[in-house]
Structures are given as structure tokens and as C-alpha cells.
Design a protein around this ligand. Structure first.
Ligand SMILES: O=c1ccn([C@@H]2O[C@H](COP(=O)(O)O)[C@@H](O)[C@H]2O)c(=O)[nH]1
Length: 274
């Protein structure tokens, strides 16, 4: 983010986007789409975030394309965030961690998104493996969809909301983990907080700046949030925000120059809003 800015470009090869790019809704179309995005915007984004579901819907052929994309990102020096939203009991979580965070795994990414709704501590195998391999995780706290509030705003014990409890747990990880930077910079346990959450952070009394968490913020573009909204929503934590946009940028394709310009323009808007 220091060198490339605050934009993460999501790679979401929806059937409608593939059609708009005149690509088939099959593994070959998926591969062309994915590698075009990497080539066009990889060096202009802090990270790329493939949406795993859109590869899974093609079965093993789709996962093979995802493996190829993740390897190509690594070869090109572009950070990858696998948006897999994994979460399960600890013993199964260890297998998810192994898939997404282990050196040498075919699906290894630089970070993976995790769902803490089986309990934050159930994520322990992924938290530990990420710390051990120099990777990161982004834990869902306040998601960008309106339905999320029914769970995340609810009371989570200790007089705080579920989301506030997750933010506190991430803060504890970032304050004590071996990945904690000496200069008080960001830790490796990030949070997902939607760009669309409006006043929720204030309403729920969540101080994100204190968590030292990188903040993955989906909702920019297609879901309606703007860079200016992000700056207002995140306030003092805005410098820690990695804003992610998928359809808002991908619709500019398939021309790589237009894709690049869409990413650069979004990056400029994010920088100006800070
Ligand atoms: O709270 C969340 C968590 C994840 N997402 C994912 O981000 C992208 C958003 O795509 P757009 O096209 O920019 O709307 C998508 O992969 C979601 O699954 C999210 O939107 N909200």
C-alpha cells in the first residue's frame, strides 16, 4: 500500500462479465479473463483479490485456473488475497489453512479471507500458519451486505457487539504476534469492513485504528460506495484501508488499457480522499 496505493482489484469472473468480454463461460474464458486483469492492473494495485466462488463454479478446471493465477501473481510480484471466506471447527480449519497459507500449496495466496462465525478462536490454525509463513488473513467483521448487520451488530457478550468482539480479537493478535512490527505498523491479522457500513463503526463504538489491522473494504464501485464515503466511514483508520473493487473496474475490460485506466482513476480517487 505504501508503494502502490490503497486499491485492491477484485477478480470476479461472473458469467455476465465473461460474456461482456466475449469470452466463454468455461475454464479457457476464465483463464484469459484472470490473466488479462493481472497483466493490465497488477503493477498498479496493492493486491489482487480473486473471488474463489467464481472459480469453484467451474469445478476442478476452475480451481486449476485459480492455481495458475495465484502462481502468476507470485511470479509477477503482485500480492494475492484469496477471497474464500473459510471458517470451520479447528480440525477442519487446519486443512483450509494448509490449502491457502502453506508454502508449496498449489492454492497458496498471500492472504485469505476468513469467517469467524464459528468463533474467532476456531480460526487459530490459520492465524498460526499465516504468522509462520509470513502471510496474512482478513477476518470478516462488518460485511458490506445489508443482511450482515443482523448478526454482526448483535450483542456479542461483554457489553459489546459481535463485530466489536472480532475487532478486539484481531487487535489482540496484532499486538502480541511475532509479526508485530517494531514501529507500531500494521499486523498480519486484517479485518473485512465494508465500504458501505455507513455509521456502524461509530454506532458500535469500534476504534479500528487501535486494532493495527489492515482493513479490506469491499463495496467500492458496484455496491455504491465512493472513495469519499470510505474516508468518512473509516475516519482516523482510513490510512489502513485497502479498498477493493471488482465489477466497477472489470466492466471497463476487456481492453487492457481501459482496465488500467479504470484502476488508476479509482486509485487517484482513493488517494485524494485521504
Ligand atoms: O463484506 C464483503 C466481503 C466480501 N465481498 C466480496 O468482494 C467482492 C465485491 O465485488 P464488487 O463487484 O466490487 O461488488 C465480491 O467478491 C464479494 O464476494 C463483499 O462484497 N463484501
Amino acid at each position: 500500500m505504501d508503494s502502490r496505493g490503497a486499491l485492491c482489484v477484485g477478480i470476479d469472473p461472473h458469467p455476465a462479465l465473461l460474456a461482456g468480454w466475449e469470452l466463454n463461460d468455461d475454464a479457457a474464458g476464465l483463464e484469459r479473463f484472470s490473466l488479462t486483469v493481472l497483466d493490465a492492473v497488477g503493477e498498479h494495485a496493492a493486491a489482487l483479490k480473486p473471488q474463489v466462488a467464481l472459480y469453484e463454479r467451474h469445478g476442478s478446471a476452475g480451481l486449476a485456473v485459480l492455481e495458475k493465477l495465484l502462481a502468476a501473481c507470485a511470479d509477477a510480484g503482485v500480492l494475492s488475497i484469496a477471497d474464500a471466506k473459510r471458517g470451520d471447527i479447528g480440525s477442519t480449519m487446519a486443512a483450509y489453512a494448509d490449502a491457502w497459507l502453506r508454502d508449496g500449496s498449489a492454492l497458496a495466496a498471500d492472504a485469505v479471507t476468513l469467517s469467524p462465525y464459528l468463533g474467532f478462536e476456531s480460526l487459530r490454525p490459520a492465524l498460526d500458519l499465516a504468522a509462520g509463513t509470513g502471510r496474512g488473513v482478513f477476518v470478516l467483521a462488518l460485511t458490506s451486505n445489508p443482511e450482515g448487520a443482523s448478526v454482526q451488530h448483535a450483542g456479542g457478550g461483554a457489553g459489546r457487539s459481535v463485530a466489536a468482539g472480532i475487532a478486539a480479537a484481531a487487535a489482540a493478535e496484532n499486538g502480541t504476534g511475532t509479526e508485530c512490527t517494531a514501529d507500531g505498523g500494521l499486523g498480519s491479522v486484517g479485518l473485512v469492513v465494508g465500504a458501505t457500513v455507513g455509521t456502524a463503526l461509530t454506532d458500535l463504538g469500534i476504534d479500528l485504528a487501535a486494532t493495527r489491522a489492515p482493513l479490506l473494504a469491499p463495496g467500492l464501485g458496484a455496491q455504491g460506495a465512493t472513495a469519499a464515503d470510505l474516508a468518512v466511514t473509516f475516519g482516523a483508520a482510513y490510512p489502513n484501508v485497502l479498498a477493493t473493487s471488482s465489477r466497477g473496474i472489470l466492466r471497463a475490460g476487456p481492453d487492457p488499457q481501459k482496465l488500467r485506466e479504470a484502476a488508476l482513476q479509482t486509485g487517484r480517487e482513493l488517494a485524494a480522499a485521504g
